[in-house]
Design a binder for this molecule. Structure first.
Ligand code: SIN
Length: 283
């Protein structure tokens, strides 16, 4: 049995606000099942009006899986699976999460879900935007679908966390302690067209930040094809934008969305807490 939950779609294609559930308390089995069903359908759930300690955020997450590995960023003291995603009002460097990506797609089994809790959010600005990678796949021509079938893309953290990457050197003025290094140069291949482990639907599993090439193609070919797929994924009708309120917990399906934090709040502070849930090897 599942409990009916108060879901309010954010767009016509995906994303929903969720009201009336207190995530600080353990969920009963039917509410967990209802959230899982809503998650499979809407891909991005924004639970409004929450007030969570870090322990409660962890406990909420663990009702849906186990924690994923979190490389390159120092987690908060005593909570090895929780990142503080903080930007101070005066910070001017690159924004963490400020380009299109899906979390840690360079891992062999990237996270299935990411959960981000807005503790302090700008009055306006600092939204997070998502793409619908099911729609990105489904709207390709049959010819393009045939061409991509069985083709692997190469993923790597090098552009972000490699020695020459955006976060390759520690920035003493940044609130987040990000430590890149040579280990970010390693690569991982994943199918470009992935089948979602829960819904069985096909989706386009590439992202601008971590997908750096296509297996068995030269650089100009990879660049042209990936450039097309990246742009195709960002059509306005494939997007969902979450406007944060203090106490919003957003949980997104990292397998079938890309996301992008918007850097439009200079002079305001933003403090979020993030965990990921372990995912499957993409097939
Ligand atoms: C992230 O990429 O995980 C951060 C997203 C955000 O800060 O909105």
């Amino acid at each position: 049995m599942t409990t009916a939950i108060d879901l309010r779609p954010i767009t016509g294609s995906f994303g929903a606000d969720v009201h009336g559930i207190d995530l600080s308390l353990p969920l009963d089995g039917s509410t967990t099942a209802a959230i899982e069903a809503a998650f499979a359908e809407h891909m991005v759930l924004a639970f409004r009006g929450q007030e969570l300690t870090v322990d409660q955020l962890e406990a909420f997450a663990l009702q849906f899986g186990t924690f994923g590995d979190t490389p390159f960023i120092t987690p908060i003291d005593g909570h090895p699976n929780v990142l503080a995603v903080i930007r101070e009002a005066e910070e001017a460097g690159a924004l963490f999460g400020g380009s299109w990506h899906s979390d840690w797609s360079f891992q062999s089994a990237p996270p299935s879900a990411t959960i981000l809790y807005g503790h302090e959010v700008p009055q306006a600005g600092g939204d997070t935007v998502f793409t619908n990678q099911y729609l990105a796949y489904e709207t390709l021509s049959n010819g393009m679908k045939r061409m991509l079938d069985g083709v692997n893309a190469i993923h790597s953290a090098q552009r972000s966390y490699g020695p020459q990457g955006v976060f390759g050197r520690p920035d003493p003025s940044a609130a987040m302690h990000i430590q890149g290094g040579e280990e970010a140069l390693t690569t991982q291949v994943h199918p470009i067209v992935r089948t979602h482990a829960v819904t069985g639907r096909k989706l386009l599993f590439v992202n601008d930040v971590y997908t750096i090439g296509i297996q068995d193609m030269n650089e100009p070919e990879s660049k042209a094809l990936l450039g097309y797929l990246f742009e195709h994924s960002k059509q306005v009708s494939f997007l969902c934008r979450v406007r944060w309120e203090p106490g919003t917990v957003t949980m997104w399906d990292n397998r079938c969305v890309q996301h992008h934090a918007i850097n439009d709040y200079p002079g305001q502070r933003r403090e979020m807490y993030r965990v990921t849930l372990a995912g499957e090897v993409p097939v």
